[in-house]
Design a protein around this ligand. Structure first.
Ligand code: CA
Ligand code: CA
Ligand code: CA
Ligand code: CA
Length: 538
C-alpha cells in the first residue's frame, strides 16, 4: 500500500515530460508474470503516483500482490559509524526525486550526462536471441542485435568505473567483450533484465544513512515452461544480486535484506509469515475474501480464494525475518530513522527490542529470529491467525548476515518471488500451496528437476561432474560442453571465487585456501547453459 506519507505532486502536468524520461524501465514478460524494474531499482514499482505495483500475473485483473520491493543493506565502519542504504516507497514520477538511496550505474568519479546516457538503462535479453547469436555471429549477413551489442560488460576506467561490469561469456578469451566475434551476455533464465545501481551518487534521503559506496548488479529473470511440467515456474520471477564493496571500508555487522511491501489485493486485511527451513517470507490474506468490508473496498481486490506470495532466498539462508505495520507505532511501525532501519535489518523491532515467540512477537520470553514461523493451518504453531493477531497492511524484511564486508568483496544473493493461487483453495490453503511451491522452485534451482519441454533449456541434459566431493585441495570439473565461467559462493551467499574465461571441458580448481564447509558453484557453459553444484570442502 502507498506510504502513509502521501506526497502530492502539484506540478504533475508541467513536469510530466521530464519525469517520464527520468528513469528507464522495462518489463519482464516471458511467462505469466509481467514484472517491471527501473534503471535504479524500484523493483515492481509502477510509473504512476497512484500505482498499486507492477508484478502482474496473467488472468489476475492487473492486481499486483507487491506494491514495491527494495534492497536494504547496512553495516559499521572501523570507527563504529553506521552506513546504510535502503529504499521503501520511491515514486518514479517525483521530480526532484525524494526518498532516494540508489542511482543507476556503477560507482564512478563523475556522474555526468554521458554517464547517464550509458547507464540509465534496463538491459533486456532473451535466451533465444543469445542462441541465435551463438549460431549466427560468423555469418556474413548477421547483425549483432542491439541488446547484445550494448551489454555493459566494461566500465570507463578513466571515470573511475570498474573495468569489468556485467558478466559475459568471452568465447575468444581475449578479456574484451567483442560480440561481433562471438561473445555474449552471461544471463540466467529464458529472459533477463539487467541493471547496475550504486549508493554513492548523492546524499541518502530515504534511510538517512551514510553511504556505503557499493555497486549492485541486479538481474531479474524468469523461465518459460509452456507445458506446465513445473507449473509454479510460470508464476515465479528470480532475482540475482551481486553487491560489490567499492569503498575503502571494511564493514562489520553488515546485513542485507529483501524488503517487500506485500499487498494481497486490498492491503489492510493481509497476514505475513515466515519459514526458516524454506528461507521464505510470505504474505496471504487474513480471511477468505480479500477486501470485503466497506472500509476495505477497492478496485484492486482478489475477492474469494485470494492468493499467497513469497520471497525465497535460494543460495543462502535468511538469518532473520521480521515484519512491520503501516503505522506509526514506536515498536512495530514504519521506521523513520537510520538506526530503526538497522534494527529491523537485524531482526529486531523498530525500538531495538527483541522479536519474541508468540502473540504479535513483542514482549515475550523467548527470543526468536523468524516472525510467525508456522503455517497458518498449524493449530499448534505460531502464525498471525492462530495467535489472534489482527490483519494489517504488512511489510516483510528478510535478512542475511552478519557479514564482514571487505573492500572489493562481492556478496551474491539469489531470490525467487513466487505467486500461488488455486481457486479451489481458501486463503490459508493457498499459503500452504505456496510453501509446497517454494520447495519445488528450490529443487528446480538446485537442478534436481527440470522443465521437460523440448526447446526449453534443460540443465539435466548436460553431464557435469565435480569430484571428489567432499574435496580437500583440488576439485576436478568435467563436462561434455566447455565450461566458461564459475562463481563459487559460500553458504551465506558470499562470493569466494570468480573464475572467468575458462573455456575448457576439464577444469581443476585449487580450493585449498577455502575454509571447510559447504559451497555452491554457479557454472556457465560456453553454450550459455547454466548449472549449479553443491560441494563440501573438508
Ligand atoms: Ca572476447
Ligand atoms: Ca488483502
Ligand atoms: Ca477480507
Ligand atoms: Ca502491505
Amino acid at each position: 500500500m502507498k506510504n502513509i506519507i502521501t506526497v502530492t505532486i502539484g506540478l504533475a502536468s508541467t513536469i510530466s515530460i521530464q519525469s517520464q524520461t527520468l528513469y528507464s524501465s522495462a518489463e519482464l514478460d516471458i511467462n505469466n508474470v509481467k514484472a517491471q524494474i527501473y534503471s535504479c531499482g524500484m523493483f515492481f514499482s509502477e510509473s504512476s503516483a497512484d500505482s498499486t505495483g507492477y508484478f502482474l500475473i496473467d488472468n489476475e485483473n492487473e492486481i499486483s500482490p507487491i506494491y514495491q520491493s527494495a534492497i536494504w543493506i547496512g553495516g559499521l565502519d572501523s570507527e563504529g559509524n553506521l552506513h546504510f542504504a535502503a529504499e521503501t516507497f520511491r515514486n518514479p514520477e517525483e521530480s526532484p526525486p525524494e526518498r532516494v538511496d540508489y542511482w543507476h550505474g556503477p560507482v564512478a568519479d563523475s556522474y555526468n550526462e554521458d554517464f547517464d546516457l550509458r547507464y540509465n538503462k534496463v538491459w533486456k535479453v532473451n535466451k533465444s536471441t543469445i542462441n541465435t547469436h551463438i549460431n549466427s555471429y560468423s555469418s556474413a549477413d548477421y547483425e549483432v542485435p542491439l541488446e547484445i551489442e550494448d551489454w555493459p560488460a566494461h566500465g570507463i576506467v578513466s571515470n573511475g568505473e570498474a573495468e569489468n561490469l556485467a558478466a559475459f561469456v568471452d568465447t575468444n578469451l581475449n578479456g574484451v567483450y567483442d560480440p561481433e566475434n562471438g561473445d555474449y551476455p552471461d544471463i540466467k533464465g529464458d529472459q533477463a533484465l539487467f541493471i547496475i545501481m550504486n549508493d554513492d551518487r548523492d546524499v541518502h534521503t530515504a534511510s538517512g544513512g551514510e553511504k556505503l559506496v557499493i555497486e549492485i548488479h541486479a538481474m531479474l529473470y524468469a523461465y518459460n515452461c509452456p507445458d506446465n511440467s513445473i507449473a509454479t515456474l510460470n508464476e515465479t520471477t528470480f532475482l540475482d544480486l551481486k553487491i560489490i564493496n567499492r569503498s575503502e571500508n571494511e564493514y562489520s555487522e553488515l546485513y542485507v535484506a529483501n524488503w517487500t511491501d506485500f499487498d494481497i489485493g486490498t492491503a489492510m486485511d493481509d497476514n505475513i509469515g515466515s519459514d526458516s527451513t524454506l528461507s521464505l517470507v510470505y504474505a496471504f490474506n487474513g480471511d477468505d475474501i480479500d477486501g470485503d468490508s466497506l472500509y476495505l473496498q477497492s478496485i484492486y481486490t482478489y475477492g474469494e480464494n485470494p492468493p499467497a506470495l513469497g520471497v525465497k532466498l535460494l543460495n543462502a539462508n535468511f538469518s532473520t525475518v521480521i515484519s512491520y505495520l503501516n503505522s506509526s507505532n514506536a515498536t512495530t511501525g514504519v521506521p523513520t530513522q537510520t538506526q530503526q532501519y538497522y534494527n529491523y535489518l537485524q531482526g529486531k523491532w523498530k525500538d531495538g527490542s527483541p522479536l519474541t515467540y508468540g502473540g504479535n512477537g513483542v514482549g515475550g520470553e523467548e527470543e526468536v529470529s523468524f516472525i510467525y514461523s508456522s503455517s497458518p493451518t498449524n493449530v499448534d504453531g505460531w502464525s498471525m491467525n492462530q495467535a489472534g493477531v489482527l490483519s494489517h497492511d504488512i511489510r516483510g524484511v528478510g535478512s542475511v548476515g552478519p557479514f564482514t564486508f571487505s573492500p572489493g568483496e562481492t556478496i551474491g544473493l539469489e531470490y525467487a518471488i513466487i505467486f500461488s493461487r488455486d481457486l479451489n483453495l481458501d486463503n490459508f490453503e493457498n499459503a500452504d500451496l505456496l510453501l509446497e511451491n517454494s520447495l519445488t522452485v528450490q529443487n528446480f534451482y538446485d537442478g534436481l528437476i527440470s522443465c521437460s519441454t523440448i526447446g526449453v533449456e534443460s540443465i539435466q541434459e548436460v553431464e557435469l561432474s565435480a569430484s571428489p566431493n567432499p574435496v580437500k585441495n583440488t576439485l576436478m570439473l568435467s563436462c561434455e560442453i566447455s565450461i566458461a565461467n564459475i562463481i563459487i559462493y559460500d553458504i551465506n551467499g558470499r562470493v569466494v571465487r570468480n573464475s572467468y574465461d575458462l573455456n575448457s571441458n576439464n577444469v581443476n580448481l585449487d580450493i585449498s585456501s577455502l575454509e571447510n564447509g559447504a559451497y555452491i558453484l554457479d557454472i556457465t557453459l560456453i553454450n550459455g547453459d547454466k548449472t549449479s553444484k553443491k560441494i563440501v570442502k573438508n
